[in-house]
Design a protein around this ligand. Structure first.
Ligand code: PEP
Ligand code: MG
Length: 321
């Protein structure tokens, strides 16, 4: 199976009934872009920019950042690149950007909240992105957006920096992570202000089930296939599509065998997975029909809990395989 998947890695992932799903990869370092291209990745669905300079003691300069983005865009050629602006806080400390100690860091200064609180850092990153944009197909994404006002502030920063640099941003897609339940519930409102959503199932699961994603005892039951999470994904996708916007999934669920048929059934347009999983996920999508997957997704959303969904998928996967 792995050999078959590898042999077809450069072909698109089109379902039996003709629906093409973009299969992208998640990267954290410049070098991984080459690997992604070699594995048949059609885009970078998530560049976790907080990891680019993770090991450095001091902050990267604007030029350094620009060069990194430019290099990834050049490697990708025609393939789009989603860069997520710095997502620090919670489980992701950054040595050169110390944050105050908090009792509940996952519920505190994280993601875009840090960016808005330290606008100089966000502005610098955005300038670097804008200056690199002409090297390829850039998409900019903001993390951990919980409310429209945060998105509006972030977009304002983007517009202001673009104006100062006299860079036309009309060809740059702007999106947000959907990883907080409030954002999923309000997706219809948020969709009017973005070009795309990317669903972060790791955090969305954590915040929906109120289980710390790294909890030594509980993390194992924080299952993204919980019907509550699936219903939020469904809500998000329907709201986005109603406004003509596309939706990706870049959390761990996107690369899970049990989850792929459900996500395809929910109408997800792009799956962004770990680079080594790209050929396998493409292969799996080619065996599916979206019509059949829609029924599977409906059944999954009607389940009482994640365990029932896992059972369902054990049966369905044998049917679908
Ligand atoms: C997620 O939360 O699902 C996600 C993709 O972001 P990260 O894992 O980097 O928090
Ligand atoms: Mg996240």
């Amino acid at each position: 199976l792995a050999a078959l998947a590898m042999a077809a890695k450069d072909e698109h992932a089109v379902t039996l009934d003709g629906v093409q799903i973009e299969i992208a990869g998640n990267i954290a370092k410049v070098k991984e872009a080459e690997k992604l291209v070699a594995m048949g990745g059609e885009a970078v669905g998530l560049l976790r920019s907080e990891f680019l300079y993770q090991d450095q003691a001091s902050a990267p300069s604007e030029d350094e950042q620009e060069q990194a983005y430019r290099q990834v865009l050049t490697t990708l050629g025609e393939r789009p690149l989603v860069v997520r602006t710095l997502d620090v806080g919670g489980d992701k400390p950054l040595s050169y950007l110390p944050l105050p100690k908090e009792d509940n860091p996952f519920l505190g200064e994280r993601g875009i909240r840090v960016g808005l609180d330290k606008p100089a850092v966000l502005r610098q990153q955005i300038r670097a992105l804008l200056k690199a944009a002409n090297a390829g197909r850039l998409r900019i994404m903001f993390p951990m957006v919980a409310s429209l006002f945060e998105l509006k502030l972030a977009k304002q920063v983007l517009r202001e920096e673009a104006e100062k640099l006299a860079i036309d941003i009309s060809s740059i897609e702007i999106g947000i992570m959907i990883e907080v339940p409030s954002a999923a519930v309000m997706a219809d409102v948020l969709a009017e202000h973005v070009d795309f959503f990317s669903i972060g199932t790791n955090d969305l699961t954590q915040y929906t089930l109120a289980i710390d994603r790294g909890h030594p005892k509980l993390a194992a039951i924080a299952d993204g296939l919980h019907p509550a999470v699936l219903r939020l994904i469904d809500m998000t996708t329907k709201a986005a599509h109603a406004k003509g916007k596309w939706v990706g999934v870049c959390g761990g669920l996107a690369g899970e065998k049990d989850a792929v048929p459900i996500l395809v059934g929910l109408g997800i347009d792009e799956l962004s997975v770990s680079v080594p999983s790209i050929p396998q996920v493409k292969y799996q999508v080619r065996q599916l029909s979206q019509q059949a997957c829609k029924q599977v997704a409906a059944k999954a959303m009607a389940c009482a809990d994640a365990k029932d969904v896992r059972h369902l998928m054990r049966d369905e996967n044998t049917l679908l395989a």
